[in-house]
Design a protein around this ligand. Structure first.
Ligand SMILES: Nc1ncnc2c1ncn2[C@@H]1O[C@H](COP(=O)(O)OP(=O)(O)OP(=O)(O)O)[C@@H](O)[C@H]1O
Ligand SMILES: [Mg+2]
Length: 335
């Protein structure tokens, strides 16, 4: 696809696209916000591709994927002998991406010490590798992404306020799929076409099934839709949508519904994903099922559920929203 956002035709995403066109050439730091799976990475790609840096690399660092020290070396590089195992020097992403763009994914999870180093780079455009003294100039446009409440993280002392203002020059909020349902049919067509190329057969989606797709809340957003279609493609030779999937869409819970028990979800639907994504999604799915079950058991008494799950009440509320869980009386749980 030449324009990664060509399927984003809703008015909500049109405003996002207009904003992208404006910020792309301005070379300012951008903060992308939105739930998991809404397409933050695709938006970062769109910004990079329409910027003056398009011919240079767009690199991504996921701030949750690595423990602090490794993340530091990944970002800033290290000199030979900087730490045990540093047998040779290695440039960091801030060097490799010179002239291009660096996407700092899940920036809200970056350790405070590295936040200070990042702030320094953003302010002065220079840094030193781990274990090095040499000052290295950098020319990288930073795009930060998060699905975390950064303002709450600042209040909790987990995110630097000065860094927040530095990265938040322009903020782009990408709306969840349920706020732009008109894009669902085109997205389905797009993913089905891709699946046809991969599997050689087409999947039939009758009108009633499409309605179930349109009505579902998609807590995992576009990624959930994409993965569900991949799952359908491998089930039953994928010529049509299995009735239990339509039923679980209609009951509002694809991941915690009967499907989880009947399909080896950890293997089949993820077979075409990278290992990191598989692990992340499996953890998220497992959490969602466990939280839903406990909430069910205690009749949505959240204080009790938090105690049983051994997490704080606040963390549970956050997870309920994050997992898109809705209480039986259909009220959305406030954050
Ligand atoms: N507009 C779109 N057109 C086609 N595919 C899309 C679109 N938006 C998202 N996707 C697909 O959905 C999946 C999730 O998108 P992406 O990785 O950009 O989300 P994200 O917001 O970065 O998620 P996370 O918070 O979990 O990192 C990807 O496989 C991506 O290709
Ligand atoms: Mg992402």
């Amino acid at each position: 696809m030449s324009d990664p956002l060509e399927l984003c035709t809703s008015p909500e995403m049109q405003s996002v696209r207009n904003l992208i066109a404006k910020v792309a050439r301005a070379d300012v730091t951008v903060l992308l916000r939105g739930e998991s799976g809404v397409g933050k990475e695709i938006v970062a790609r769109a910004i990079h591709d329409s910027s003056a840096r398009a011919q240079k690399p767009l690199l991504k660092v996921n701030c949750t994927a690595l423990p602090g020290e490794l993340l530091e070396s990944e970002l800033f590089g290290h000199e030979k002998g900087a730490f045990t195992g540093a047998y040779r020097e290695k440039p960091g992403k801030f060097e490799v991406a010179r002239g291009g763009t660096l996407l700092l994914d899940e920036i809200g999870e970056m350790p405070l010490r590295l936040q200070a180093k990042l702030l320094h780079i953003l302010q002065d455009g220079e840094f030193a590798r781990v274990g090095g003294e040499r000052i290295i100039q950098t020319d990288v446009r930073v795009i930060a992404a998060t699905n975390r409440d950064l303002e709450a993280a600042i209040r909790a002392g987990q995110f630097r306020e000065d860094l927040y203002y530095r990265i938040n020059v322009i903020e782009i909020r990408i709306p969840p799929l349920r706020e732009r349902r008109e894009e669902i049919p085109a997205l389905i067509r797009h993913f089905l076409e891709r699946s046809k190329e991969e599997n050689g057969h087409s999947i039939d989606i009758p009108a009633a099934t499409l309605r179930a797709f349109m009505d579902y809340s998609w807590p995992g957003n576009v990624r959930e839709l994409e993965n569900l279609l991949k799952r359908i493609a491998v089930l039953d030779n994928g010529h049509q949508v299995p009735p239990e999937i339509v039923a679980s869409l209609a009951s509002g819970s694809v991941l915690s519904g009967p499907l989880t028990g009947t399909v080896p979800t950890t293997v089949i639907p993820h077979a075409v994903m990278g290992l990191k994504d598989i692990a992340r999604q499996a953890a998220r799915d497992a959490e969602r099922v466990a939280i839903a079950e406990v909430l069910d058991r205690v009749h949505w008494n959240r204080a009790k559920a938090a105690r049983l799950l051994q997490i704080s009440y606040k963390a549970l509320l956050y997870k309920i929203v994050d997992c898109g869980l809705v209480s039986p009386d259909k009220e959305l749980i406030p954050a």
